[in-house]
Ligand binder design. Structure first.
Ligand code: HEC
Ligand code: HEC
Length: 439
């Protein structure tokens, strides 16, 4: 077993070596000497997974996929909008070349490099969530290549709007290492938003191509993307290119339809559902009847079978209910392999290909009063009603399986905010408990 794993690691190292050599040959010495020459990293983990399933070596598939992706999307220094999108009016608002140029490239170059300057240390140049600091962070930085986003105004299965992504960049994600970056202008944020979409689309198309490659038999001369065919068999090449472009169009369409899917947030009564948690707690202390009734209804729902919040978040909302589940970024490779998540040894071949060790996902602890998608009542409404994509947190009031009404959701928004324990209070309780224990 150990021997097999070592062989696999050597293979990865050998492939990386080969890739580096390839890059050197392709771009020549001038570029490689520049310390900033960076490349998009192939999705080795996904390729390995497809290789296992189709029982073939994926080296050729990865090479052809990279070549096709470079033709479509360019490089980290010279990005492209896929030609098939640039020619369609429909996609004009998806991303602009101006934005891609500002966000990509080396940070030391005037007017460029926003992503590498502010984001790549966590998200990686490729947007694979594996920047140099990633392994040390909890939660892990997001891998954009899966095409799933958590904090958005659209239902599960629909992409976020540009405004959703811009909001995340503008405010950061409270309770995580992704903080607000005050120096970013609105224009910078718009550029980074387009670039997140660009990296996500590129990553999704990569996955589609690798998946497609799993259906081909490379040993029998089949290919995914072979530009040499342009000369020898233009029709066959045209066919390959058509399939590749269809994947680009599918992904692009999923992004441009998001704004039509935005779920409206119903009006709240500010007297019953106040803007801030402080205002809510003040009204509770003052014995405001309407607010107390709403919190009580929220509590009842929280504990009910119907809403089942307590199942995961625990009866007191401390995030200590069901804590043995995983998010989709972890399930993505462990589940498909049928691996025992607990057995770290099973993960070695994947970690050797760049995956981060799997971690369980924690339901939120409401005593901390920190919300990643924002603490405004409307934002909490969205999280509860729409669910949190890519995590076990289900949608409670969206789509055909909606179990709760808007009023129910507002009551829950009040209840979970009422659980907030300011730090000094918690310390106070501790000392009280200690004092009691001493007597
Ligand atoms: C210090 C590390 C760090 C830096 C720097 C960072 N992020 Fe993040 N980012 C994270 C983490 C961690 C998450 C995952 C949070 C979660 O899953 O709840 C995340 C998630 C995201 C998401 C997904 C949000 C969603 O709705 O799912 C986007 C988009 C994003 N980051 C964009 C950026 C951009 C753009 C930059 C640069 C301006 C950036 N990040 C800088 C750590 C970082
Ligand atoms: C199947 C398990 C599960 C159920 C049921 C569930 N949650 Fe969650 N919830 C989670 C997990 C896991 C997270 C953390 C997601 C993350 O880290 O990105 C979460 C996060 C949240 C958040 C944090 C949002 C933010 O911006 O940080 C809120 C609020 C929340 N849940 C409320 C509820 C309410 C109210 C219910 C009942 C209607 C509920 N949850 C039902 C698992 C669950």
């Amino acid at each position: 077993m150990i021997k097999r794993i070592w062989k696999e690691q050597e293979l990865v190292i050998a492939s990386l070596g080969a890739a580096l050599l390839g890059i050197t040959l392709l771009v020549g010495c001038e570029r490689v000497e520049r310390s900033t020459a960076v490349e998009f990293e192939p999705n080795w983990v996904y390729a390995y997974q497809i290789g296992q399933r189709s029982e073939q070596a994926m080296d050729q598939a990865v090479l052809e996929t990279q070549a096709a992706l470079t033709e479509l999307f360019g490089t980290p220094d010279e990005p492209k909008i896929p030609a098939v999108l640039a020619s369609e009016e429909e996609f004009a608002d998806l991303m602009t070349m101006e934005h891609l140029m500002a966000a990509s490239g080396p940070p030391e170059e005037q007017g460029r490099g926003l992503f590498r300057k502010h984001c790549a240390v966590c998200h990686g140049v490729t947007g694979n969530g594996r920047g140099p600091t990633a392994a040390l962070l909890n939660p892990y930085p997001r891998d954009f290549r899966l095409g799933k986003f958590k904090f958005k105004s659209t239902p599960i299965g629909v992409k976020p709007t540009k405004e959703d992504i811009a909001d995340t960049i503008r405010h950061g994600i409270p309770g995580t290492t992704m903080v607000k970056i005050p120096e970013l202008s609105d224009e910078d944020i718009a550029a980074l938003t387009d670039y997140v979409i660009y990296l996500s689309m590129r990553g999704e198309v990569e996955r589609s191509l690798l998946f497609e490659a799993g259906e081909l038999v490379f040993a029998e001369g089949e290919s995914l993307y072979n530009p040499a065919l342009k000369e020898t068999d233009p029709e066959a090449f045209e066919e390959q290119w058509e399939i590749i472009q269809d994947y680009v169009l599918d992904t692009a369409e999923s992004w441009i339809e998001a704004p039509e899917e935005v779920v409206d947030i119903p009006q709240r009564d500010p007297a019953v559902v106040p803007e801030t948690t402080e205002q809510l707690l003040a009204k509770i202390r003052a014995g405001d009847e309407a607010v107390l009734a709403s919190v009580a209804r929220g509590r009842e729902l929280f504990l009910s079978e119907k809403a089942s919040c307590a199942k995961c978040h625990g009866k007191e909302g401390r995030g200590d209910g069901q804590t043995n589940d995983y998010d989709d970024w972890a399930k993505e490779w462990t589940k498909k392999f049928g691996l025992d998540y607990e057995d770290e040894f099973n993960q070695v071949p994947l970690i050797a290909r760049g995956a981060l060790p799997v971690r369980k996902i924690q339901p939120r602890n409401f005593e901390e009063g920190v919300f990643r998608g924002g603490s405004a009542p409307e934002e909490l409404y969205q999280r509860i009603a729409l669910g949190i994509e890519g995590t076990p947190m289900p949608a409670a009031a969206a789509g055909s399986q909606a179990t709760l009404t808007p009023e129910d959701v507002w009551d829950l928004v009040n209840y979970i905010r009422s659980l907030y324990q300011p730090k000094s209070d918690q310390e106070g309780t501790d000392t009280q408990a200690e004092a009691l224990a001493r007597t």
